[in-house]
Every structure is written in structure tokens, then in C-alpha cells.
Write a protein that binds this ligand. Sequence first.
Ligand code: ARG
Length: 454
Amino acid sequence: MWKGRFKEQTAALLQSFSESISFDWRLWRHDIEGSIAHSAALEKAGLISKKERAQIVAGLRGIGEEIAAGKFRFKTELEDIHMNIEAELTKRIGDAGAKLHTARSRNDQVALDIRLYLRDECDAISELLRDLQRALVELAERNRDIIIPGYTHLQRAQPVYFAHHLLAYVEMIERDLGRVADCRKRINVLPLGSGAIAGSTIVLDRKLVAKLLGFPAITQNSMDAVSDRDFAVELLAALALVATHLSRLSEDVILWASSEFKFITISDAYTTGSSLMPQKKNPDVAELTRGKTGRVIGNLVSLLTTLKGLPMTYNRDMQEDKEPVFDSVDTVKAALAVFAGMLDGTKANAAACAAAVADPMLLATDVADYLVNRGVPFRSAHEVVGKAVALCTQRGCDLPQLTLADWRTLSPAFEKDVARCFDLATAMAARKGIGAPSPKNVAAQLARWKKSLS
Ligand code: ARG
């Protein structure tokens, strides 16, 4: 491939070791878009004629159509997407094609392509994050009256609306959206024009290129521009967090779908059977999502590790950025889409939830609060109710079965109305501080999200 200083052919072993076309072919659309904009700057500088520009644009579009139709044959000996497209262009249009790489290096070209690719993917991922928020809000809305035990340490803690639990994930995803939008700002900067490292003696109008490609900003240091992959790290970090959130949601879904909980039933379309046990209906979507999170986190660590030892500026190591980036983008997009589909077909089981939330121990804190409202310091109240729990354990009964006399042996502050602590509706209505799950609050949050997602 290299003429000029090389007398020997590249060794076949090196060719297959160094090629990236097997994975960076997918940057073709962005590579072509970038080259078309670059050719406008070449024309403006008088380096190519209007006619040559037209040949370049038509040639590139023709190549693009063939790639889109799956008819283009990529060549490993041409190493990467940039060389494949440029070589084919020159083969087709001759000299005009050979002029395209003027004042450009693959170093700024690849930086441009990844930025264009990631900018598109930020938008696609944001759409999918919104869709998942919608699926969560709709599941919450369909089951807005269902109350379940909330858990800490996976031990029953306090009652919450099922909707409140789901809306917690909607909040997490909102922050994920913020992170994607934030790193998109730093992705959205034009690196082309930085050349291999130090720009070029042939000066092109970078502002024109930025305008044509929709970049609101231009990199200001050519060395930084060709060696910077921070923006990719940022997106991988944002995606690692998206995956981590999905993984936690997966864990909830897996627990809730178990016979032990039975809070939800996932549709047949989003579950799988067992090759051996006929009764099984497995929550594979959630398990695979949880499993794939390991890869997505690994991709972040992989790219950071690739970058950490690199001297300025471009080093070939940086070619290793692509596979982790592509893998995280593909994996997270697929998980988001399949998860939303699964939630759309998920039903909550009112009876099982009601049975679980009927556990009076979930309201032990409410009894302590009852005492606090009668002047008992919280620490003493906590101890008193702890003793009541111990008494129940000893007798094998539940808190509501204790008599007023029992309660009063523990604290004289108890009155007959202690029984009212165990009314679930009253208990929920009392949780009315900002962010707490009173029915009114949860309804307001559902309304807020429905509005902002519509
Ligand atoms: N395929 C290369 C990459 O992805 C393109 C840049 C190559 N630059 C170079 N000087 N060899 O990083």
C-alpha cells in the first residue's frame, strides 16, 4: 500500500495485525460526510476546481450508496475505512481523488469521524433513554394504586407505592440523559484541520468546515485535537452508569418475578423457557442486561488503560479506542430497547403485592413516630418499639395483636389510638414531605413525568 519510502510489501502478518477495517468500516457515513466538507474548504482555497469538487462529491456519494447497499468490497490491505474510501475514490475519478487528502491526516480525519459518529449516537441513545423512562412511567401509571414493601438490605423496610419505586429509576435515567447531553457538548467540536499534529502550511477555512458539519466549536490546539479521546471516555463513563442503573433495575425485576416475590409477571414474549425444566419462565432480558453491564464497565476501563501511558500526540494505540466504544454503544442501545419492550408487557400482581405489604412490621417506624408525636425522644421511642417487636417474636404474633395493656407496659405514652398506626392508607398519606411517597406526591410526580415525556 505504501509507495515512496518503502521498498518491501507490508508483511501479511502485520497487515492482519494492524487492520481496523473489519470494525471501523461502520464509520463510512461519517468519513464520507467529513470528506465532502473538507473538499469544500479545498475548493475555497483554490486547491481544487469546482469541477474537481463535483467529481469528489459525486464519487463519494456513489461509494456511500454502494456501501449502504452492501455491495462495496472493503480491502484489508487498505487498512482502515479512510484508506478504503480514498483509494476507491481515486480509482474512480483519478487526480481529483488524489487531491482530497491535501492538508489532512488520518489523525485529524479519524478524530473527526469518531466525533461525528458519537454525536449521532448521543442522540440515538438519548431517544432510547426517553423511551425507557416512558415505559417505566406507563408501568407505574397502570399500577398506580399498588403498594409494596420497600427494602433496605433486601429486608422489608417501609411501604412504598410501586410507582414510587419505578419513578426512582426514571430519576436515575434523567441524570443519565444529563450526562449524555453534557458530554455531547465536548464531542461536538471540530478537530479537522489539525493535520497529523501541527496543522498544515496549507491553510484551510476551518470555520467553513465546522459550519458544513454542524459543529458550533473548533479545536484550538492541533496537538490536543489529534490526541484527545476524553470525549469518548466521557461517553463510555456515562454508558457505564446507564448500564449500572439498568443492572440494578434488572436485579429488582428478577427478584419481583420470582415465586418468592411474585410482584410482577413478565410477558411470554420477553421470557424464556428451560431446556430441561418444563415449569421455568426465566427473566433472561434482565439477567443478560445485568451480565452485559460487566462488559460496558470493562470498555471504560479498557479505553482509560489504553490512553494512560500515551505520550503526545497520536499513537497507533489509539486505534484500540473503537471496539470498546462500538461495543458499549451497541450493548447499551440494545439493552435499553429490549428493556422498554419487556416493561411494556409486564403486569404487576396486585394480590401478591397486597399480601406482602400487609406485613405490619413495615409500620414499626410509624409506631416510633407516634411516640415522638407524644413527646418521647426518638431514641427512646425506637427502643420501646424494638421491645414490642421482640415481644411479638417471642409470642409468635404481629404488632397489631398486642393489647393496649401490652403497649402500656412498654411506655405510658401509648393510648388506644396506637392501633391506627397500622392503617396502611393513613400511613401512606402521612408521608407527605417533598420526595416522600404519599399518594398525593406520587400522583403529582407521575403527572410531572407524563407531561415532561409527552
Ligand atoms: N485506523 C487509524 C485509527 O483508527 C486511523 C489513523 C491512523 N493514523 C496513522 N498515523 N497511522 O487510529
